[in-house]
Each structure stands twice: as structure tokens, then as C-alpha cells.
Design a protein around this ligand. Structure first.
Ligand SMILES: *Cc1c(COP(=O)(O)O)cnc(C)c1O
Length: 450
């Protein structure tokens, strides 16, 4: 789209914008990054040759606060920082780039570094891929009974990348690590033969990078009478943050909204699962307008996102995020614990601190903001929530429960781990009260070796 027109909207005039995106090869030439020193730009380039980097003008011009770098949360959300790599890895890659090493040598070093960063956490590659008549179905994950995840092949990129992304491995070009489905035919067959599935979750990447015309066939198939059991269509997306124009002024924005409306009118529940980390993401006129337009279709918006060191590890930020969401009609859904992948050492926060931030934020919002569940770890066995810290019979413990489990019988059963103020993930925890293993562990191990 080239012409910039002015639209008359509820919030006054919002100019249509042209999607202009930069990748890591362009780092030296991105106009907004000329504000960085030459050496900071070099550091960004080094880290961005390992971790995915992609950003657009809207994020750089409207969301990043350049008066507050490097502390600005949006700056850290999209711009790779030097200490996201270990110092050894950073020096190794920096030396190769400085020496203008041959491309193959650099590539091998980069791949070695990536391989140390747990590119596929929680058994996604081995355990969740379903089968149709004995054949693995690429681009699908079916971990929990009711919900199938679908990764449409044209939706495996985002309008901008987050530095903490747990799906980072699929953005750095390793085809083997990529989840993507080529076509919808087999998805539909799979869904038809699984009446227990009520929710289809389109995810990526970000399905909202797709043109409406490409999205339409997948979504209209859901109206087939044989898919009546699919009640809910969820779409996981960061587009409300990174490209709200998708719903406001892109050439096929109104077709997209019509498609949502058509599904809603046919009796489907359409839920936009919006990824948010900071209230600043909801704070521009075009973001407000996108939210308003989506809600006008009858679709609802639910929000989720991880708690991250140096970006949102603060109860006031979460309380304002939830309040602003509720004000705009968004339902807070999950607060996640940063996953055990990628530059986790940069972002991780001890579970004890994460939980106390959650509690302190909850205390500051009305009941409508207290719908966010968490803090939750999306781990191999399931989504495990820290419910609180307690003392039982003189022992300090974490009270925990499964929000979702690989075995549904694990769901909602309370269990206890020894309190540990440094633990950052489920595998750092040990059972309380002298028990040898958590109740699900033996069964989970059997599932892994099956
Ligand atoms: C979170 C998640 C879901 C959805 O779980 P809900 O409890 O229904 O929100 C489905 N599949 C996977 C792999 C997930 O991580």
C-alpha cells in the first residue's frame, strides 16, 4: 500500500500507514538506530545474528521511547541487547564478524551457540505432534484434549520479533526446527475425527501477518456441519501491539473484520489471544481503534504474556496493564513464567518473586482484572501454576496446581514443592515433605519414552 489516506475514526483521524520492516542485515542502516552509538549498533548486530530480529517503523516510531533507552521496556522487547548472549558466546561471534570471517564459518558458530539455548522447550517436537492414519501431521500440535494448535505455513513470521520469544528457533532459518502446515486439508480431516476438540488455536509466528484471502479458506471450513464441535476459534497474535493497522487501515482490514463477524454470526466464539507485556503497547490511538473494531465484530480479546526481568518485573506495570485492558474490554487471561529457552538468563525472574509480583498486582485491580491466571509455567507435563507460598507443618512450600495437563486427571490437583527463592522453572523444584517425586513424574516419564 503506498498512498497514505486519512480515515475518519472514533478517535479522530488515524493515518493509514505503510508496513515498513527491517531485518538484521539492515541494522547499520535503520534510521531510528542512528541514535545508538556505533559500538551499541555493532553489539545489536552481533546478538541479532544469533537471535531473531525484525522490527517495523510503527514499533520504532510510536512505541519505543528513545528518551529512555536502554531501559525503555519496548526497546528491550524488540532490540537484542549485548547481555542476552553469554560473554563467551558474544565475544566468539563478535570476533568472527569483526574479522569478516567467511560466511560458512560464522554460520557454524552461530548454529553452535543457538544449539546451547534449548531451541525447543517442553517436548514440542517429540510429544505434541499428532498423527492421522499413522502419519505425523506437520504444523499441528495436540497436547491438551480440547485444544488443537495449528501453525499455518504463511503465518510463521511476525510483524516484529520479541527478544524473549520462545518460538525463536523457527525464525532463524532452521527448517528442521520449524512448525508449519502446508495446507488445511489434513487439519480439517484431523479435526473431523476428533470430536473431543472444542477449540482450534491458530498460532505461529503470527497468523495475522496473513492476507485475509489466505486466512479465509481455513476459517470458512470451520462452518462445515462436520466441525460443529469446534466451538471456539482462537487466534494467537502480537499484531495489536506490533501492527494494529492490520485491523484499521490495511487494504484487507475490513474483509478480515467481516470474516470474524461471519464466524460470530454462525455461532462460533472468536477469541483474539493478544500477546501483551506492557501497558504502553495499548496506549496509541491506532491500538485503541484496532481493539474497538475487533470488539465491534463480536469477537472477544483475551490477553496473555510472560513476566520478564527488565521489561515488566514490577507489580505496578502489571496492575496498570490489567486495568487498561479491562477498560478497553480485553479479558486478562494468563501471566506466564518466562520459558526455559533462548536468552532466558537475561529475562528470568525467580518463581518466588514472580508470584509476589502477581499477588501485588492482583491486589490493585478489581475483580474483572483478576481473571489472569498464573504465574504459569508451560512445561513438558503441562501448564503449572504457582498458587502461593505457604508454611505447612513448619516447612516453607510452594503450593502448585496444573492448569492444563498432558493427562487431564492431573488438572486442579494441588501439590507442593520445597520453597526455593532462586528457582526459576519447574525442573529447579523438588517435592516438599520429603517425598521422592512429584505425583505426575513417573507417568510423565513413561509418556516421554513411549
Ligand atoms: C496453553 C496451551 C493450550 C490452551 O490451553 P487453555 O487452558 O485451553 O488455554 C493448548 N495447547 C498448548 C500446547 C498450550 O500450551
Amino acid at each position: 500500500m503506498s498512498s497514505v489516506s486519512s480515515l475518519k475514526l472514533a478517535n479522530g483521524a488515524i493515518k493509514a500507514a505503510k508496513f515498513n520492516v527491517y531485518t538484521h542485515r539492515q541494522i547499520e542502516n535503520i534510521p531510528q538506530l542512528q541514535r545508538l552509538s556505533r559500538s551499541d549498533r555493532f553489539d545489536t548486530r552481533v546478538v541479532a545474528s544469533v537471535l531473531p530480529f525484525r522490527v517495523n517503523d510503527y514499533v520504532l516510531d510510536e512505541l519505543v521511547d528513545w528518551c529512555d533507552i536502554p531501559d525503555d521496556p519496548i526497546f528491550r522487547l524488540v532490540l537484542p541487547q549485548k547481555d542476552m548472549l553469554s560473554s563467551e558466546h558474544f565475544s566468539e561471534i563478535a570476533d568472527l564478524i569483526r574479522a569478516e570471517a567467511p560466511a560458512t564459518e560464522l554460520k557454524m558458530a552461530v548454529e553452535r551457540v543457538r544449539a546451547t539455548m534449548n531451541p525447543h522447550p517442553a517436548g514440542q517436537m517429540e510429544l505434541n505432534v499428532p498423527e492421522l492414519r499413522g502419519e505425523p501431521l506437520e504444523g499441528l500440535q495436540h497436547k491438551y484434549n480440547e485444544t488443537v494448535l495449528f501453525f499455518p505455513s504463511q503465518g510463521q513470521v511476525c510483524h516484529s520479533f520479541c527478544t524473549f520469544c520462545f518460538r525463536w528457533a523457527q525464525f532463524v532459518g532452521d527448517k528442521q526446527l520449524r512448525f508449519a502446515a502446508k495446507e488445511s486439508e489434513r487439519l480439517m480431516q484431523y479435526l473431523k475425527s476428533h470430536p473431543e476438540v472444542s477449540d482450534l488455536l491458530l498460532t505461529g509466528g503470527d497468523p495475522m501477518v496473513m492476507k485475509t484471502a489466505n486466512l479465509k479458506p481455513y476459517l470458512q471450513d470451520l462452518l462445515s456441519p462436520q466441525l460443529e464441535h469446534i466451538q471456539t476459534l482462537r487466534i494467537g497474535t502480537k499484531s495489536l501491539t506490533f501492527w494494529p493497522y492490520r485491523f484499521v487501515s490495511d487494504p484487507d482490514a475490513s474483509d478480515l473484520l467481516k470474516l470474524f463477524e461471519e464466524l460470530v454470526n454462525a455461532g462460533k466464539h472468536v477469541a483474539i489471544m493478544a500477546h501483551y507485556n506492557h501497558w504502553r503497547e495499548l496506549d496509541t490511538p491506532v491500538a485503541h481503534e484496532a481493539i474497538r473494531l475487533i470488539r465491534n465484530t463480536g469477537a472477544e480479546i483475551r490477553s496473555q504474556g510472560p513476566l520478564l526481568a527488565k521489561i515488566n518485573d514490577n507489580a505496578e506495570v502489571w496492575a496498570r496493564l490489567w486495568r487498561d485492558q479491562v477498560k478497553q474490554g480485553i479479558v486478562p487471561y494468563y501471566m506466564f513464567v518466562e520459558r526455559d529457552t533462548g536468552p532466558r538468563h537475561y529475562f528470568e525472574v525467580p518463581l518466588a518473586k514472580t508470584w509476589s509480583i502477581y499477588r501485588d498486582a492482583m491486589q490493585q485491580v478489581s475483580g474483572l482484572g483478576r481473571t489472569a491466571r498464573g504465574p504459569s509455567m508451560s512445561a513438558g507435563p503441562g501448564k503449572v501454576e504457582i498458587q502461593g507460598v505457604a508454611e505447612v507443618g513448619g516447612e516453607k512450600v510452594f503450593a502448585m496446581r496444573f492448569i492444563q495437563g498432558r493427562n487431564r486427571e492431573w488438572v486442579q490437583r494441588p501439590f507442593f514443592a520445597k520453597y526455593d527463592d532462586r528457582a526459576t522453572w519447574l525442573d529447579d523444584l523438588t517435592p516438599a515433605f520429603g517425598e521422592k517425586a512429584f505425583f505426575y513424574e513417573e507417568e510423565y516419564r513413561r509418556m516421554c519414552s513411549a
